[in-house]
Design a protein around this ligand. Sequence first.
Ligand SMILES: Nc1ncnc2c1ncn2[C@@H]1O[C@H](COP(=O)(O)OP(=O)(O)OP(=O)(O)O)[C@@H](O)[C@H]1O
Ligand SMILES: [Mg+2]
Length: 422
Amino acid sequence: MVYNKVIKLLVVEDEDYDIRRIKNTLSLFADSIQIQDVVSSGPHALDLLRNNENHYDVVIMDYQIAGGLMGEELIRKIKEIIPALQIIVITKMTINITDFNFANRLMKAGAFWYCTKYPGDIEDFIYQPTDFILSIYNAYEKKLLEQDRNRSNRKLSKNIEDILLQKIIIGRSKQVEDLRSKIDKYAQNNANILISGGSGTGKELVAVNIHYKSQRRFENFVAINCGSLPQELIESELFGYEKGAFTGANSKKLGLFEVANHGTVFLDEIADLPLQAQVKLLRVIQEGEIEKIGRTDKIKVDVRIIAATNKNLAQEVVDKRFREDLYYRLNVVPINVPSLKDRPEDIPLLVDHFLNVFCSDLGKSKHSIDEKATEILQHYDWPGNVRELINVIQRLSIIAENVITASDVNNALISLPTLRFL
Ligand SMILES: Nc1ncnc2c1ncn2[C@@H]1O[C@H](COP(=O)(O)OP(=O)(O)OP(=O)(O)O)[C@@H](O)[C@H]1O
Ligand SMILES: [Mg+2]
C-alpha cells in the first residue's frame, strides 16, 4: 500500500482527552493521515459534510457524544449524505468487548469498523493503535472502491436512460396508457411474459422497455427470432455447445441463455419453435438449468423469458403445434399490444415524432402535415401497424415538400403495397 495522497479525516468527538488520544495515535502517521476538522456534535458534522462533499475520506466518530444525534442514527445520516464515505466508530471499552449485537448494529447502520478507547482519562493513545491505523487505511481503500463503483453505476444508469429515451413508446390512447402501466408493473417482478399482437405493433419494443425498467437492466437483453432459425441450429443457438461436441464444433459456443444470464431472453415468434426445442425450453424454465451439447453436467442460469407471437398461441395448443405445459409457463402474465387501427388518436403523435426523426436525418427542416392528409392516415387500416406507418413517414419525408398533402399520402400508401403483407 503506497499512498501518494493524504487520507483526510473528520473527527466527531466531544471529549478533549479523547481528541488528544486520537491526535497522539495519528501523530506518527502525519505524512499520510491528517485530521482535517474536529467537531463536537452530530448536527455540526452533518453540516460540514453537506457543504464539503469531497473534503473527507474517513470519519472517526465517538459512539456517544453530546447533542442528541449520535450512534447508529448519526452513521446512517452521514452515509445518506456521502455514501462512499467510511466511518470508524470509537467506543468505550466497556460497551463492545463482548457485545456482538452491538458490532452488528454498527455495521448494519453503515459503519466500516470500530475501535475501543481506554475508560476514563488515563492513557495517551487509542487502545490497540495499530488496529486503529490499519482500519483507517482499509477504510480509505474501501472509499475509493465505492466511489469508483458509484461513478460507473451512474454512467450505466445514464446509458440506460438514453436507451429508454430511444425506445420510447409513443401514444396517448387508453390502450397505450394501459400498456405503459403494465410495463411498469411487470418490470417490478420476474414472471415470464407472453406478448401477443399483430405484426409491427411494437411487441419487441414492449419487451425492451420491460427489461430496461427492471432490476435486470444492467445485464443483457438477448433477442432471438425462433422463426428465422433452421431447426437444427436452434438448440445450439439457445444453449451453445462445447468444443468437439460434434464434427465441425472447432471451438465452444456460448448459448443465448448463458449470454443473457441474470438478464432477459426475448423469444420472438415463439409459435415457430419446433416441438423438440419446446421440450428443452420447458426444462430450462422448470429447473433453471441448461444442457449444453457435448457437456454432461448442467449449467445454472437465471433468466427472465419474454416471448412474443402474432399468432393465437392458445389455438396452436389446441392444434397440438404448441405444448400446453410450455404455454402456461410462458404465459404467466399476458400482454396484448393493440393494433394501430384501433387507436387512430395515436397516429398524429407517431407521425409528428417520426417526421422529426427522418427530416432531421435528411438535414431538412421538419415537414408539417395538413388536416386531410392526417385524416387519411387515421382511416387507413395499417395491416403492418407501426412499422408500416414508420415506412410511410420515411417515404413522405423524402418525397413531400414542406407541407405533406392528401395526395402525397395517397401516393405513399399506393406505392408501398408490399408493406401490407409484412
Ligand atoms: N408506440 C410506439 N412508439 C414508437 N415506436 C413504436 C411504437 N410501436 C412500435 N414502434 C416502432 O415500430 C417498429 C416495429 O416495432 P417492433 O419491432 O417492436 O414490433 P413487433 O410487434 O415486434 O413486430 P413483428 O411482429 O414484426 O416482430 C420499431 O421500430 C418500433 O420501435
Ligand atoms: Mg418483433
